[in-house]
Design a protein around this ligand. Structure first.
Ligand code: NAP
Length: 458
């Protein structure tokens, strides 16, 4: 039987875990081609994980091993949608797995959200991590106070990066332009706003505990915002909530040291308007409402703003209110959830019927939640459904072979970067960091990445 040829679109954690699963199983021989629109692989690991969290990035060692498999190929700097269409991929391969993540930020629907100086976390995170699309972001750091909206781990990442100080960040792989800008930062206070109560926070215990350990930073939590200790009630809470509350109680009990920088965690608060000095000018203030909790019909607890609203000066707002996937023409999209329409890992049409040979994995399947290892299980599920379909003869087999497809890809994307090209970029970035203790100095333009990849091939 001919080997099964599978394309994976997206080389972030879910794409690489899916590739690993396909190549490690022994039911059927599989050849895997992984595509990425950027020359560099690893998606969220390179452009999402905070630079001061290097341990999380070590997962790329697993992906590197996958890439060494003889049936693995990487086609970087090839965009599905513009260089190749989804319909063409479907013709060229027996199956396609979409693993494109959720790269856009969810919109913040408040008055004045259009003002410059209010950024989605996707832009801010991409900016400090050197994402080529976000290097030109103008982050206003000449202000004393920043507001971070949201209570997830991304909100905490944003707050921490704003006050950590460049003495520490200078030892990381943070993009040079961000380090430079943060060196001149005047931000002294970051207020993080959770729209619901402390027990509803989406962040996790180790991330909130980490805030309390930042040198030169006070973390302010109002004890009235944290549920009082109650052994029985605490025991009944889900573990993450119980431990979050434990950490928040510790922070609330700590006397501020009078440090130069501070993070203030506030709960039951929503930004209800963003103001400026000039009618069309940048952010200069935010209106913050105190919220009350109401129980929705389905039993979930929602925040509702009250009439109690206060004005606060702030020149920078980052809304970390979740991510949203981006559609690809030809693939049915659920606009509300920001995911490809799917059932049991198969992409389905607007009538609910599976599109033969089309699968989905990671955030573009489940929505933007879970940590990197969550994608390992998600990829296992997708791959087992795909292999079951293959075994049952449900896959439309392609008439193309791997060599033909490679020729077509080179025609469409002459500046294609293969895995050896990525290795050259990696070596180049590591060499740039050599005189220092930084792990790498990131290249942040696609042209510079292509140059590094091609110089090594000459
Ligand atoms: P998230 O965990 O879903 O948090 C989103 C937050 O935004 C929630 O607090 C949510 O509040 C709030 N929110 C949503 N809409 C809002 C609105 N209109 N106004 C105010 N607040 C609003 O998403 P995330 O922080 O983007 O993180 C995505 C995933 O990546 C998560 O699973 C996260 O744990 C993971 N991650 C992990 C790490 C790490 O392990 N260190 C780092 C970064 C990200 P409600 O709860 O009220 O909806």
């Amino acid at each position: 039987m001919k080997p099964l040829r599978v394309a994976i679109v997206g080389s972030g954690p879910s794409g690489f875990f899916a590739a690993g699963n396909l190549l490690e199983q022994d039911q059927i021989e599989v050849q895997v081609d992984v595509f990425d629109r950027l020359p560099t692989p690893f998606g969220l690991v390179r452009y999402g994980v905070a630079p001061d969290h290097p341990a999380i990035k070590s997962v790329t060692k697993i992906f590197d091993r996958t890439a060494q498999h003889e049936n693995f190929r990487y086609f970087g700097n090839v965009e599905v949608a513009t260089d190749i269409t989804a319909a063409e991929l479907a013709q060229w391969y027996d199956a396609v797995i979409y693993a494109i993540g959720a790269s856009g930020g969810r919109r913040l629907e408040v008055d004045g959200a259009w003002r410059s100086g209010n950024h989605p976390s996707s832009d801010f995170v991409g900016w400090y991590n050197g994402h080529p699309d976000r290097v030109d972001l103008d982050v206003e750091l000449g202000v004393e106070r920043a507001i971070v909206i949201g209570n997830g781990n991304v909100a905490l990442d944003a707050a921490r990066i704003l006050v950590t100080g460049t003495e520490k960040l200078a030892g990381t792989d943070m993009a040079d332009h961000a380090l430079e800008a943060l060196r001149g930062s005047k931000v002294r206070e970051v207020i993080v706003l959770g729209r619901r109560a402390a027990e509803h926070a989406a962040f996790t215990p180790s991330e909130v505990a980490e805030l309390g350990k930042l040198p030169g930073v006070d973390v302010i939590v109002d004890p009235a915002d944290v549920p009082e200790e109650d052994k029985e009630r605490d025991k009944a809470r889900p573990p993450i909530q119980r431990n979050n509350i434990k950490q928040l109680r510790r922070l609330a009990a700590k006397e501020p040291s009078g440090a130069d920088r501070r993070i203030v965690l506030k709960f039951l608060r929503s930004v209800v308007g963003i103001g400026g000095e000039a009618e069309h000018g940048p952010v200069a203030s935010v209106s913050i409402a105190r919220n009350e909790l109401v129980e929705a019909e389905d039993g979930t607890v929602e925040a509702q703003p009250t009439e109690e609203v206060s004005e606060h000066r702030a020149g920078l707002v980052i809304h970390a209110v979740g991510y949203h996937g981006t559609p690809i023409p030809g693939i049915p999209f659920d606009t509300e959830r920001g995911v490809f329409r799917n059932a049991d890992s198969r992409i389905v049409g607007y009538d609910g019927a599976p599109l033969p040979g089309h699968y989905v994995v990671g955030w573009i399947k489940r929505g933007p939640s879970g940590v990197i290892p969550t994608n390992r299980d998600c990829a296992r599920d997708t791959v087992s459904v795909l292999l079951a379909d293959a075994a049952e003869g449900r896959l439309p087999r392609s008439e193309f072979d791997g060599a033909q497809v490679e020729r077509l890809i080179v025609e469409r994307a002459p500046n294609l970067v293969e895995y050896d090209g990525w290795r050259a970029i990696d070596a180049h970035e590591t060499a740039l960091a050599e005189p220092t203790d930084r792990p790498r100095v990131k290249l942040t333009s696609v042209d510079a990445m292509i140059d590094a990849a091609q110089a090594a091939a000459e």
